[in-house]
Design a protein around this ligand. Structure first.
Ligand code: NAD
Ligand code: GLY
Length: 368
């Protein structure tokens, strides 16, 4: 695939449909925003790291479209994805007398995207927003599909809304400034799509991992496009996660427990998901769904992508019980029964419970 060609992936959701545009030189090009509705004002939401790199260029690109373009800059980090900092967005919207037509622009990674989307869903009961994702993780996953949220100290992404953007502008050039640890974290969500939906894609990632780690533009362009296509296919069938969409949470049940258990921001989300996929694959094998060969194949890929494969021991007296307690507040849990996304054959996932005794064995093995 030629990285200089504009790629478009459609999210098909009736009157909430939109496009994902993928290429370099996109986010600061006024044409990227030409089809958006006119409005008196726009608000760019960014953070203290991404803002200095890109906010002025986005502001310039929006200048002729909107009467006024304002910027609000949030503190950077998963630990700031909370009520207090969500309020900074509402403070800015109200201070600038933003109205119902004001368009919010989420300029940053998944934290900025999730918070901006939630603010857009709730300000004046809903204003439009655009995702301008600048991390690999946000380009392949979080900016697409309309899940928006903030964290609660007791659980990850526990307060939020389903709310779709008007458009997603994935500018591959922004990945050039991404720290390598963040690039690796994004690869976790790329790898995820293989075992749950597309084994050809998994094989492609295995063959192109070095190119991805070296930020080869063509490899990144294909990884973003194929990931968005798979996500679009899933979200198009199950926008609000009444069933199928839960497969996108492969590795997340264990991963969210790692993030909340260690304290948000200690492990990156993608690192926790990478390790969580190893744990979920091991659980799948212990339940007789897949063989050890596939678990090893996936584990090796995750390790080669620079992600942790050994789970952390969580603070507190009983590690396995702490994991279980945290996973019971996962959004997929029903009446306290934890539901896991498991691989039942390579390329296919299902959601089901598992006996606590087997889950404890997986936790003990993975933390050892
Ligand atoms: P992030 O938003 O914290 O960004 C990672 C780091 O990279 C931050 O320090 C950020 O400031 C910095 N950064 C961003 N773009 C940069 C750039 N171009 N150059 C230099 N630095 C840059 O983390 P993330 O991995 O993008 O997103 C993780 C979040 O996404 C989590 O909160 C997770 O829950 C959420 N998420 C949501 C969904 C969804 O469907 N809504 C899916 C997956 C993950
Ligand atoms: N990242 C999981 C989802 O969008 O459903």
């Amino acid at each position: 695939m030629n990285s200089s060609d504009l790629q478009t992936v459609a999210i098909d959701l009736a009157d909430r449909s939109y496009n994902i545009a993928i290429r370099g030189s996109l986010f600061d090009n006024p044409l990227s925003y030409a089809e958006l509705p006119k409005a008196a004002s726009a608000l760019i939401v960014t953070n203290t790291t991404v803002g200095p790199l890109y906010a002025v260029r986005l502001q310039r690109a929006l200048a002729n479209k909107f009467g006024q373009t304002y910027t609000v800059t949030l503190p950077d980090g998963e630990e700031f994805k909370n009520w207090q900092n969500l309020n900074l967005i509402f403070d800015a919207l109200l201070a600038h007398a933003c109205d119902r037509k004001t368009i919010l622009f989420a300029l940053g990674g998944g934290v900025v995207g999730d918070m901006t989307g939630f603010a857009a869903a709730s300000y004046m009961r809903g204003v439009p927003f655009v995702q301008v994702p600048t991390t690999l993780l946000a380009q392949v996953d979080s900016s697409v599909g309309g899940k928006t949220a903030i964290n609660h100290p007791l659980g990850k992404n526990m307060i939020g809304a389903f709310y779709q953007p008007l458009k997603v502008v994935c500018d591959l050039d922004t990945l050039k400034t991404l720290p390598q640890r963040e690039l690796c974290a994004g690869l976790a969500e790329v790898i995820k799509y293989g075992p749950i939906a597309d084994m050809d894609f998994l094989a492609w990632i295995e063959s192109n991992l070095d190119a991805l780690l070296a930020r080869d533009p063509a490899a990144l362009a294909y990884a973003v496009k194929r990931s968005c296509e798979i996500k679009a296919w899933v979200v198009g069938q199950d926008e609000r996660e009444s069933g199928l969409r839960a497969i996108l949470n492969f590795g997340h049940t264990f991963g969210h427990a790692i993030e909340a258990g260690l304290g948000f921001g200690v492990w990156l989300h993608g690192e926790a998901v990478g390790c969580g996929m190893v744990m979920a694959a091991q659980l799948s094998a212990r339940l007789g769904l897949i063989d050890a060969f596939f678990v090893n194949r996936l584990t090796q890929l995750i390790a080669k992508a620079g992600l942790p494969i050994k789970a952390p021991v969580l603070p507190g007296p009983n590690n396995a019980e702490r994991y279980l307690a945290l996973m019971r507040v996962d959004k997929k849990s029903e009446a306290g029964d934890i539901k896991f996304v498991l691989i039942d054959k390579p390329g296919n996932a299902l959601v089901r419970g598992a006996p606590d005794v087997v889950v404890r064995q997986v936790i003990d093995t993975c933390c050892a």
